[in-house]
Design a protein around this ligand. Structure first.
Ligand SMILES: [Fe+2]
Ligand SMILES: [Fe+2]
Length: 281
């Protein structure tokens, strides 16, 4: 079986409709964020996702469909990481093409979790009135999981994108609570617990595998910063009072992020938000 399987060839049936990253990021609806408000200069800003916003149901459905396709890709990515690399024969083997057996075990456990999340997401989508393929799929998460260096896979996917999943699940769990939807709240809470474990795997392996290779750690953290900024959605994911997707500080701490690292993500999000507002004015 071949190593490094291309994103274009992932199996999807006719219900799914795929768009490229360029199309995804050029869509002005995505840049305006969720629950927009227009300021005195006519720039559309962001607001916390609350049930009283007229666009809240569609924003919630779109967000959860995005998470659903992310779950499929996370399953595919973690599965590939079990397969794409040789197993290191001695502990401390730092060769990029080999990974410790325990890392593969973690990825296998993650596959099991993501498969469960796919099933939960299908049922939750149905509950929310969404059909599979009603919103588009963009393959970025899987592409980040094709990086030839497993450490970059774990920082790009587990720390950056699944870190984002923590923020989304935490926000949506609160939304489910306020909206009086126990099904939504319960689903989010269960998936949140697993994502904390997946992000922690990323944090732990990053530190272990780059212990004696500071350059590799720098490269991995740089990759994570790029993904974090891109997926702050023009600052919609941030640390501000009105951020539609609030940085879940406590859960990130449990997932192995230091306070300084979370502060850095908050700063990247502010930067992305300022850039988005500047583009509009
Ligand atoms: Fe997941
Ligand atoms: Fe995950």
């Amino acid at each position: 079986m071949r190593k490094i399987f291309p994103a274009e060839e992932l199996a999807r049936d006719s219900r799914f409709s795929r768009i490229s990253n360029e199309e995804r990021f050029q869509d002005p609806r995505g840049q305006r964020g969720i629950g927009g408000r227009t300021d005195e200069k006519g720039r559309r800003g962001q607001a916390r996702l609350t049930p009283d916003l007229p666009e809240a149901p569609d924003a919630a459905r779109s967000l959860m469909h995005g998470i659903f396709v992310g779950e499929i890709q996370a399953l595919e990515g973690a599965g590939r990481t079990c397969w794409d690399f040789e197993t290191a024969t001695r502990s401390g083997d730092a060769a990029i093409e080999a990974v410790p057996f325990e890392l593969k075990l973690d990825m296998a456990r993650q596959c099991w979790d993501e498969a469960r999340h796919c099933e939960i997401s299908v049922k939750l989508s149905e509950w929310m009135g969404t059909e599979i393929g009603e919103f588009t799929e963009n393959p970025f998460l899987y592409q980040a999981a094709c990086n030839p260096d497993p450490v970059l896979r774990l920082t790009g996917v587990n720390r950056a994108l699944e870190g984002l999943a923590i923020d989304v699940f935490n926000t949506m769990r609160d939304f489910g609570d306020v909206a009086g939807d126990p099904v939504l709240e319960f689903c989010e809470d269960w998936m949140l617990a697993d994502e904390v474990t997946h992000v922690k795997m990323g944090s732990d392996w990053l530190r272990r595998l780059t212990e004696s290779d500071p350059e590799r750690r720098t490269r991995a953290l740089e990759f994570q910063r790029i993904v974090d900024k891109l997926f702050s959605f023009g600052g919609a994911r941030g640390d501000e009072e009105d951020s539609p997707l609030r940085l879940a500080r406590r859960f990130r701490e449990l997932a192995g992020f230091t306070e300084t690292e979370v502060d850095e993500i908050a700063a990247l999000s502010r930067e992305a938000r300022d850039e988005m507002l500047a583009q509009q004015s």
